[in-house]
Design a protein around this ligand. Structure first.
Ligand code: SF4
Length: 181
């Protein structure tokens, strides 16, 4: 196990004190820089910055950051949710570290797709079957990991098979925390 001891801090962001959103930060007793290329290889949509020894990731509307001695997550609705998310991230790091012999580390920086790039591959019908008013709104939420490709029924139609295949190569679809693949 890589991370055994850490201090946790739950707080409302300084830019918006008292806001009904919570952030959580774990200060680590161990340097986790070496695990970042393995997380980069397994977390779709992660952005790894080797020079800064940092990796950022989005999951379900949470902005997540891994640094050498710190893990942080933001935008939780409740204090308990922020703490739960943080513990899931620590477990994710530990599981990824334990599995590192099975993973080819990725030292490259990959940019996340923009909502416009994702939108271009959606069906453009604004049919609302996904519950969103437009395909662009859906694209925006896909990029924020708030929706998944399965939420667009139109993409399951045979005529959109090519679009779906293209989207699968570019869209962020976050795994459950605690699972690195
Ligand atoms: S279901 Fe798909 S095609 Fe229809 S509006 Fe939503 S994203 Fe667009």
């Amino acid at each position: 196990m890589l991370i055994e001891r850490f201090d946790t801090e739950i707080f409302t962001p300084p830019c918006d004190p008292g806001a009904a959103r919570f952030a959580a930060r774990a200060r680590l007793m161990v340097d986790i820089s070496e695990v970042l290329p393995y997380l980069n290889a397994t977390l779709r949509g992660a952005v790894y910055l080797p020079a800064a020894q940092a990796l950022t990731w989005k999951k379900g509307g949470h902005n997540i950051a891994f640094h050498a001695y710190e893990i942080a997550t933001s935008n939780a609705e409740e204090r308990e949710e922020a703490e739960r998310e943080l513990r899931g991230l620590i477990e994710l790091v530990n599981k990824t570290w334990d599995r590192r012999a099975e993973i080819t580390p990725d030292h490259q920086t990959h940019q996340r797709p923009t909502p416009m790039a994702v939108y271009k591959s959606l069906p453009h019908t604004n049919c609302r079957m996904c519950g969103e008013p437009t395909c662009y709104t859906f694209a925006f939420k896909l990029c924020a990991s708030q929706r998944t490709l399965d939420d667009c029924p139109a993409l399951r139609q045979a005529e959109h098979a090519e679009r779906l295949a293209e989207l699968r190569t570019m869209v962020i679809e976050a795994p459950s925390l605690g699972k690195a693949d």
